[in-house]
Write a protein that binds this ligand. Structure first.
Ligand code: TA6
Length: 317
């Protein structure tokens, strides 16, 4: 299925494994590679689907997702930038960079059109680069007075790798928070535990933002919305239903957000079926709160994410 995009949106030629397509109002890139299939929306440079060949889907997209211009899409890997969550709950130095415009949850780039500036494929997978074209213009609109270059590189094969790079192109320091807000697909939330966050300190946003830690592996038995600090480079989702482990690795994301809306919040969420909480779990690789990023003029920072799944015969929960 092809779509004609105007030249400015798609500067890179399609290849055998990379095609343009349309989903609702949105132009998307479809990846059909021997190692994996994927779907990415040019709006938000948002990966929507990712399934390694022969595996269950690794990334979850809401069955009720809507594909409308300017509207955030529920699921996949939304890019949260230049602030995470509620702008007014960010560190003071991040808030000092905010403009006068509206301050939507998770920043303003996930519902804006990005440019695909590179696409290629080889026997390892498909490789894409996206750039947010209007940061300078957008900042003039008052949302964010910084002048930065924002790119997202994706490699899609038997592993998924994302590299979100911010370059401060202004003459002043810039402070921001960010997250790759990954929604992972699970067999059933009751079959899942999160490993490697034992004893890690976290801020519980549902318990007065208290900072606590727990000695045991995390299983989800209620609404969960935690910001972990100083996280290890590798976190695992153990899924005994699908007898697999999803490895979520980030070298420079020193925060990790674990979120499941559970029963009551699911009923209030947009683009979200009442029972969808049983099929998904967010583990978001991030730089938030104490881990906010400060860039001097000309400096760059890359938030990286590598995801892959492996079979686990017997999972001890
Ligand atoms: O990921 C944690 C979180 O901040 C939750 O509090 C919840 O709001 C979630 O993000 C989804 O946010 P969204 O704006 O995409 O509905």
């Amino acid at each position: 299925m092809n779509i004609s995009l105007n030249k400015s949106q798609f500067d890179a030629p399609a290849s055998d494994h990379i095609r343009l397509c349309q989903l609702g109002e949105l132009a998307c890139i479809q990846i059909q590679h021997p190692l994996a299939t994927a779907l990415i929306s040019l709006q938000g440079a948002q990966l929507l689907h990712y399934t390694p060949t022969g595996e269950q889907p690794v990334i979850w997209l809401s069955e009720k997702a809507e594909f409308q211009r300017g509207k955030a899409i529920r699921g996949g890997i939304p890019v949260c930038w230049p602030w995470f969550g509620d702008a007014r709950r960010n560190p003071d130095e991040v808030q000092s960079c905010l403009g006068e415009g509206s301050l939507p949850a998770h920043g303003f780039v996930r519902d804006q059109l990005w440019l695909l500036t590179h696409s290629s494929s080889d026997d390892q997978g498909a490789h894409l680069q996206f750039e947010h074209p209007s940061l300078d213009h957008r900042s003039k609109a008052g949302n964010w007075p910084g002048d930065a270059r924002l790119t997202l590189e994706m490699s899609i094969g038997n592993k998924l790798n994302l590299q979100l790079t911010t370059t401060n192109q202004s003459q002043r320091p810039v402070h921001f928070t960010q997250a790759l807000h990954s929604y992972f697909a699970v067999s059933h939330i009751d079959q899942v535990s999160v490993q490697n966050l034992e004893n890690a300190e976290f801020t519980d946003t549902l318990n007065h933002w208290l900072r606590i830690s727990e000695p045991q592996a995390l299983s989800i038995q209620q609404e969960t919305d935690r910001i972990y600090h100083n996280t290890p480079q590798s976190i695992q989702i153990h899924d005994s239903g699908w007898q697999r482990r999803i490895n979520v690795q980030s070298q420079h994301g020193k925060s990790a957000v674990v979120w499941n809306p559970w029963i009551e919040k699911s009923k209030r969420l947009s683009q979200f079926a009442d029972d969808a909480y049983t099929r998904m779990l967010c583990i978001e690789s991030a730089n938030v709160l104490d881990d906010s990023i400060h860039l001097s003029p000309g400096e760059s920072f890359t938030l990286d994410l590598t995801v892959f799944s492996d079979h686990v015969r017997k999972i001890i929960r």
